[in-house]
Design a protein around this ligand. Sequence first.
Ligand SMILES: N[C@@H](CCC(=O)N[C@@H](CS)C(=O)NCC(=O)O)C(=O)O
Length: 213
Amino acid sequence: MILHTYFRSTASWRVRIALALKDVAHEAAFQNLKTGEQHSPGFLAVNPQGFLPALVLDDGQVLTQSLAIVQYLDEVYPEPPLMPDAPLDRARINAFAQSIACDIHPVQNLKVLQKVQTIGGEEARAHWAREVIESGLAASAQLLTSTQSRFCFGDRPSLADLVLVPQLSNARRFGAAIPQRLQDIEAACLELPAFRDTRPEAQPDAPPAAGGS
Ligand SMILES: N[C@@H](CCC(=O)N[C@@H](CS)C(=O)NCC(=O)O)C(=O)O
C-alpha cells in the first residue's frame, strides 16, 4: 500500500493514525501542498480532486476521502476496532467525527484559505480560520456524551479521536481556543505511539523546525 500524504495534512494524519493503530504495512508518497504538488498531472491521476490523502492498494486501486479510507481499514483490519457495534454508539461517533471533518475542516482547508486571502488579505485569512475552528470545536465538544471518559467515547480510541487530534493541531496553528475537555482527550491520545509517531513534526517530509499542523 502507498499512502499519499503531507506532514501538515490533517486529513492524511487521520489515516496515518488508523494505519499505525492497526499496524498495517505501507509506504508513503509525499506531496508538498505548499508547492502545489496536489495539482500536478501525476497526482491528479491518483486523485482527481487534488486532495490528500489517497491510499493506493496493493492491486493498484485508489481510495480517497479520509473517512472512507478509515472505514475501509477498519473493515479489512478489524483489530483494534475503531467503531463499536451498537448502532446508537456508532451514530454518536460518526456525528462527532463529521462535525469536525465535514463542518470545520472543509471551511478552513488550504483551498478555502487561499481564496479568503485573495479576497481579504492575510489578516482575513487568519481571522476566518480561527473563528471557524473555535466556534466549531466549542460545538463539537458538546456532542461528547461523557465528561469522564479517557477518549472521546469510552476507554479506547475511536474514529472520533482520529479526527479530533489532528484538528487540535490545526487549531493551535491558528491560535484558536480549545475546550479543556478536548485538550484532556488529546493528551490521552498522544500517550499512544500510533498518535504520537504520526504527528506532523515526526514525519519524514516535515522541515526540521516544523511546529505542527
Ligand atoms: N474531505 C477530504 C478533505 C481532504 C483535504 O481537504 N485535504 C487537504 C489536506 S488536509 C488537501 O489536500 N488540500 C489541498 C488543497 O486545498 O489544495 C478528506 O477527508 O479526505
